[in-house]
Design a protein around this ligand. Structure first.
Ligand SMILES: [Cu+2]
Length: 586
């Protein structure tokens, strides 16, 4: 009897319905506050996505001014697991409750409920919103969020900044990301070019190779040999890509209309869940791009034929319509050339879809290019240096620092001793004493089940707490990896990537300075040559529970995730007074 009761209690604690008993809908936004509504639900009869905002391939554009208060009412129409919306890149000062991460800052919004998010729009730039519940964003829950700066310091660089030129990129699949994850957990990662699931144990037999992933060659419509050197590897299958819901398999391309002689600000959003994309060209391309902002922040302009954009990243680039009137391709491809393009259409040119000669030049596959490193003029943003226009005052030193390995938890590669000493004892315990492991296997999942796929931070397979980390009554599980800091701390995080894949790490609730980045030796440790590293610094001045994780959907879902708890000094409130959290204990 008591066992049954305990089980029922546990089940109730997990149900979004029960958790979100108090998931409040606020009254209509007061004057001066912008008000938007999102309806979240299943999308039937689509070949490329299973979930959608407002029933459209890409959620509606939310465009506001810097400093404007915003209210967005989000209704869960029919998603049984619940949902939540994260406002990617927005600082959320004193509004951690509105950050939208299920089980970190809120309970999932249950079916039929409407939760009102409120926050002040800042900073200015190109941002986006997406689900932060389970793996939902890769299934189609993504939309653009633009914050305009009335005093835009780059206004002189372009003539137009059109809604129609906000470009949401996405990789699309015939399976949900959840299904992809289950398959990977069951059979492990395929090696590049291996054409199938790896042997039992995932990386078995490849000791020392770290997290080399592979394209799932089960049924890609087109394929190119993957290039490890250029990082064009993904553990997701390839099903095609879209720009604003167009250009996918069997679809017409996205058309960007321009007037001759004018300059256009194009806002690219890396809404894809797995694959990195190259934007620009074709090689020797018709139009050069002038990059003016990265991840929303203005940078000193820099010209490029093309650039690389990973999951979660944004690139603002000016395209000058300086070619003879006509139609031109603007390529968006994987790094090795699997392609789905955008058309730049000049006013006065024939409609591109009716221009047989032009459309005849569309190649379903541009062939297998040399990749990023092999093409002149292609900027790999990870290795290029950009100067931020506004840096603020960088604190001189950190008060607290962390080292995070972006590790495949089945990897045999041990951290170097000097870095190992910097890991917390709890984390060090999880690294199995740093003994080289000649038969690498993933540790069991937090629920005890076996897995063959285990991305991690410091070998920890993250589990979400049962009640949101932000709530006073939250109790973390054994592998709920929480970095505890105090409001006012200056934090350094050393990110070390010992794997062959890129891992775009995303910090919630704060911007950060990149102090150093590159390959080879990190300035604060001795990462072996060939590993990638980045050292970031930020002010932990925003109290709350903030996610810090890989933005590749599969990686975050498999365990490459952490929570940074910014605790206010003793006696101060954890919630902002305006906090109206979803599922908060009364
Ligand atoms: Cu990753």
């Amino acid at each position: 009897m008591s066992v049954v009761l305990a089980l029922m209690v546990a089940a109730a604690a997990l149900s979004p319905q029960a958790l979100a008993a108090s998931c409040p809908t606020l009254p209509a936004a007061p004057p001066g506050m912008r008000h938007f509504k999102l309806s979240v639900g299943k999308l039937l009869n689509s070949k490329t996505q299973t979930l959608a905002y407002n029933g459209t391939a890409v959620g509606p554009l939310i465009r506001v001014k810097l400093g404007e208060p915003v209210q967005i009412d989000v209704t869960n129409r029919d998603i049984p697991d619940g949902t939540s919306v994260h406002w990617h890149g927005q600082d959320q000062p004193n509004s951690s409750w509105a950050d939208g991460v299920a089980f970190v800052s809120q309970a999932p919004i249950p079916v039929g409920a409407t939760f009102s998010y409120r926050f002040v729009a800042a900073p200015a730039g190109t941002y986006w919103y997406h689900s932060h519940t389970g793996e939902q964003f890769g299934d189609g829950l993504r939309g653009p969020l633009i914050v305009d700066d009335p005093q835009d310091p780059q206004k002189h660089l372009y003539d137009y900044d059109l809604d129609a030129h906000v470009i949401m990129l996405a990789d699309v699949f015939s399976t949900t990301v959840g299904q992809q994850l289950k398959k990977l957990q069951a059979s492990g990662m395929a090696m590049p070019g291996a054409g199938g699931a790896a042997a039992k144990g995932g990386m078995g037999g490849m000791g020392g190779m770290g997290g080399m992933g592979g394209a799932d060659a089960a049924a890609p419509p087109t394929s190119c040999p993957v290039s490890v050197l250029d990082q064009d590897i993904s553990d997701a299958p390839w099903g095609g890509m879209q720009a604003n819901g167009l250009g996918g398999p069997g679809q017409p391309p996205l058309v960007l209309t321009v007037a001759p002689g004018k300059r256009y600000r194009l806002r690219f959003i890396g809404g894809q869940s797995s694959w990195a994309f190259k934007v620009g060209g074709p090689a020797g391309g018709a139009h050069k791009l002038q990059i003016i902002a990265l991840d929303g922040r203005p940078v000193a302009p820099r010209a490029a034929d093309a650039f690389v954009i990973s999951s979660g990243e944004r690139v603002d680039a000016v395209l000058a319509a300086d070619r003879p009137v006509g139609n031109y391709w603007l390529d968006v491809t994987t790094l090795t050339g699997i392609n789905s393009p955008i058309v730049v259409h000049y006013e006065g040119a024939p409609a591109p879809m009716k221009d047989a000669k032009f459309m005849g030049s569309l190649r379903a596959n541009y062939g297998c290019a040399a990749g990023v490193g092999g093409k002149p003029g292609v900027l790999d943003l990870k290795n290029a240096t950009f100067a931020a226009l506004k840096t603020g005052v960088v604190p001189k030193a950190a008060t607290k620092s962390f080292v995070l390995y972006l590790a495949n938890a089945a990897s045999s590669a041990p951290p170097p001793r000097t870095l190992a000493a910097l890991l917390s004892p709890a984390v060090a315990a999880k690294t199995r004493g740093f003994k080289p492991d000649t038969t690498p296997v993933c540790p069991p999942l937090p629920d005890g089940s076996k897995t063959n796929y285990c991305w991690s931070l410091n070998w920890n397979i993250f589990e979400l707490p049962k009640t949101p980390a932000l709530f006073p009554k939250s109790t973390p599980g054994p592998t709920t990896y929480t970095l505890e800091v105090t409001q006012g701390d200056v934090i350094d995080i050393v990110l070390v990537n010992p794997t062959r894949m890129v891992h775009p790490q995303h910090l919630h609730g704060a911007g950060f300075w990149v102090l150093a980045a590159g390959n080879g030796e990190a300035s604060v440790g001795d990462a072996p040559s060939g590993w990638g590293y980045a050292v970031i610094r930020f002010r932990a001045d925003n109290p709350g529970a903030w996610a810090f994780h890989c933005h590749i959907d599969l990686h975050a879902a498999s365990g490459m995730f952490s929570v940074i708890a910014v605790r206010p000094p003793k006696g101060a409130k954890w919630f902002a007074p305006s906090g109206a959290a979803c599922g908060a204990a009364p």
